[in-house]
Each structure stands twice: as C-alpha cells, then as structure tokens.
Design a protein around this ligand. Sequence first.
Ligand code: C2E
Ligand code: CA
Ligand code: CA
Ligand code: CA
Length: 279
Amino acid sequence: AKDFGRNQAVYFSQTLDTEIKNKVRLEHKLRNAIVNEELKVYLQPQYDATKQKFVWAEALVRWIDKDEGFIPPDKFIAVAEETGLIHELGFVVLRKVCWYMQTYQEQLSAIGIEGIAVNISARQLFAKNFFEQAMAIIGEYQIEPRQIEFEVTESLLMENAKQAVEVMGQFKRQGIKLAMDDFGTGYSSLAYLKHFPIDCVKIDRSFIKDIPEDKLDMELSSAIIAMALKLGLEIVAEGVETQEQSAFIHSQGCRLMQGYYFARPMPIEEVLLLASVKA
Ligand code: C2E
Ligand code: CA
Ligand code: CA
Ligand code: CA
C-alpha cells in the first residue's frame, strides 16, 4: 500500500510538472503572438429576425500558430487571465475593432452592422485605469461610443458586484453599450439584473442547443426572454444552429440571434462579402 502511495505521488507530481511546463510554454508563445501581431480578430454577425438582416457583430479573438495550428480561445484566454497577458490581449482586440469600425464603417453599415461587441474579462474590468485606457483607444479612432458594446460574463459581475456596477456605470454614461454574457449559467437571480446598468442579456448556448428536444430548456429560455423583455432589455440568443431554434426563440419575443445557422465567426473581409451577396 505504501509503494502504491509513493508511485501515485510520483505520478501526480510528473503530471503536475508537465502541466506547469505546458502552461509556461503556452504563456511564452502567447506573449510572442501578441508582440508579433499574430492574433486575429474575427467577427460573428448577429441577425435581427424581425428586420431580417444583420445588425451587430461580436469580436472573437483567433490564434493560428504556425506550428500548432488553431488554438481555441477556451485554451488560451484562461492562461492570459492567469498571467496578466489578458490586459494587452484585450487592448489588441479593442484597437482592432476600433480600426475595423473606422475603416469599414460605411460597408458594415450597408450590411446593417452598426456596432461591434467586445468580450471583457474580469481582470480587465477591475484593472486600475481600464476605463480611461479603453476610452482613450475609442477616442483615438474617433469611434462613437454607441458603436461599441462590452460583453461581461454573469459570473464576473457576481464576483465583485459593487465594483462592477461602478465601472460599468462609467462606460454607460459615455454611451458604451453593455451586455451580460452567458446569461443563465451563473447563480444570479433574474431580479438581480436590474442592479446592473446593462442594455442586453445574451442567453447562453446551453439553453438553446437542445431545442426542440428538451422541453425544459424551451420553458427556461421562454422565461428568460419574458423577464428580460419586462425589464426592457435587449436579448441575444447565442448558438442558434437550426431554423427550428430560430423560429421558436423568435416566437417567444427574442429578435436578435447569433449562431452558425446565420453566420460563423469570420475574418472581416468575409463579413464585407455578405453585403455583395445580398445586394
Ligand atoms: P463567448 O463570448 O460565449 O463566445 C461565443 C462562442 O460561441 C464563440 O466561441 C463562438 O465561436 C461560439 N459560437 C457561436 N455560434 C455558435 C453556434 O451556433 N454553435 C456553437 N457550437 N458555437 C457557437 P469561441 O470563439 O471559441 O470563444 C470562446 C470564448 O472565449 C468566448 O465565449 C469568450 O468567453 C472567450 N473569448 C473569445 N474572444 C475573446 C476576447 O477577445 N477577449 C476575451 N476576454 N475573451 C474572449
Ligand atoms: Ca461573448
Ligand atoms: Ca457567450
Ligand atoms: Ca461562453
């Protein structure tokens, strides 16, 4: 039994060792990718089912490494948050988004896209001077604040609700739009929503993906939509993949949808092509 225990300890410490090495390696690679401008910013258009056109888009960071290929954000955003690289990464994404808006404003507007949403991590939102630095970038590109939206996750808001409300209020007063991301996955009650200065809730994909098979998910998403409508909030359904899901969500009063059924995340050049297809 003793030997077994010792072997396990060795085994665990080796796994831990490789895990740490992998993380350090990933951090190093990510730092280089940021410095060498290897990160791309894709856009996923959001569709308005009532207007029957795209009206907005979400920016999603992409990392295609020359050796390892596509590295998904779910793998490196956490590392960026742990190491503090998220600050630089976040500004790279915001700067790129502002540049897109400045450079392609008319073309995007011709498709219907009037603004772009940017994901913001807890560490960014709570960092000293984040508000000033973000507003400086937006000002530098002469972007109208109402063309930018920040998406923050529900769990982030609950982590430090008081400070979150404060910083979000600063952006809100400047005219930046605010969305609560991944809604329904955290522990906040719907009533809690009214404490945050948000314009929009994004219903998490987990409520959408099993519609219409999962009747409970249909009930839950209807309830979320009804409550958000009562509070006067915009609602975006995430991860809509089928016509059936789109029809159901729309019938419940949610107009805005994001998902592979309408458009995948894509480079801006491809977004601009959506216009010529429609024209
Ligand atoms: P998220 O903010 O919830 O973004 C939506 C995710 O759902 C994206 O994954 C998107 O590609 C995916 N998605 C969209 N439509 C569908 C669909 O119909 N079906 C399925 N199965 N998936 C769909 P992605 O791009 O891999 O990003 C994962 C997460 O990484 C994001 O989740 C977000 O939390 C984070 N992230 C991405 N870009 C950034 C960024 O620039 N900054 C920060 N802080 N986080 C980011
Ligand atoms: Ca998001
Ligand atoms: Ca989300
Ligand atoms: Ca998510």
